[in-house]
Design a protein around this ligand. Structure first.
Ligand code: SLL
Length: 275
């Protein structure tokens, strides 16, 4: 039987129920021996395996690819001292995968300078949009449905508002239209998922490639789209309209000016003719 490890070539295997693979260098979870909780060790598993109401599928593994991070826009001439940027912190499924099967809630812990810094989302889009002036670390806690059999997963997103010197060198200075995006991709691996969860949500999605033995999980796309992305698309379109209007307006001014000059010249010529 193929292991889920084949589903992602670079995954590390641990002995825990939920493992995760970071594609980001600053991972602190890598190879750690915790379950979804982050602090519970492997020693808790035998007891939970003995859970007769919701036993585990010992020979199975489920891989849930997620993406999380931040996206920040400079507010340009709308910026003030305390609100130079609008930013969004998000958790979503890779390829817009619907995460509702597994996720009960996502909590974002913001800097205490924000009103009600603990933001809990029980529905997608799992995102918080704010305006502010400073960068800080955002705590992310993903809670799973009880039937999943894992408690929670903790991540952090370093909110980034200002491009580094090398980023500026590469793609130019910050503009109001170009967001600064930091995105981490991670695979949450549920070792020995709970039987009910397996039967209800995962079994039907599992496919094994005959030739390679590669295990993958089909998914539903989440129909709920990011609110902030839609908002910024609107704004970008509006900014483009503004620019177009500005160009038209300028062109009109130039034309008017040109008309005035031509009229004046015409009057001079007419005067000369009369002489
Ligand atoms: C810094 N350690 O000193 C960070 C803290 C906090 C940012 C950044 C609040 C905005 C508002 C805000 O942006 N806080 O007051 O609405 O750079």
């Amino acid at each position: 039987m193929a292991e889920a490890g084949n589903a992602n070539d670079d995954k590390t295997t641990t002995n825990t129920n939920v493992a995760h693979h970071h594609h980001h260098a600053s991972s602190s979870h890598h190879n750690s021996t915790h379950t979804g909780l982050g602090t519970t060790t492997q020693t808790t598993t035998p007891t939970s395996e003995g859970n007769t109401t919701n036993p585990r599928k010992v020979d199975e593994e489920y891989v849930l690819p997620i993406s999380y991070g931040s996206c920040a826009y400079w507010l340009g001439k709308k910026a003030d001292e305390y609100h130079s940027h609008e930013w969004t912190v998000f958790v979503r499924g890779q390829n817009n995968r619907d995460l509702r099967d597994a996720i009960e809630s996502v909590t974002f812990q913001l800097h205490p300078s924000f009103a009600e810094p603990k933001r809990v989302l029980t529905e997608p889009p799992y995102e918080v949009t704010e305006t502010g002036w400073g960068e800080f670390e955002i705590g992310i806690e993903i809670r799973f449905h009880p039937e999943v059999g894992e408690d929670k997963e903790k991540l952090t997103a370093n909110l980034k508002l200002f491009p580094d010197a090398d980023e500026i060198a590469k793609s130019g200075p910050q503009t109001t239209k170009k967001p600064l995006v930091v995105e981490h991709r991670e695979e949450l691996i549920f070792h020995k998922p709970r039987k009910t969860f397996w039967e209800k949500a995962i079994k039907k999605r599992k496919t094994i490639d005959e030739e390679t033995g590669k295990v993958s999980f089909a998914y539903d796309e989440c129909e709920v789209k990011s609110k902030h992305e839609a908002l910024w698309k609107q704004r970008e379109a509006k900014m483009r309209d503004d620019e177009e209007l500005m160009k038209l307006w300028c062109a009109q001014k130039v034309t008017e000016e040109r008309c005035r000059v031509l009229k004046a010249q015409l009057m001079v010529l007419e005067g000369q003719l009369l002489d």
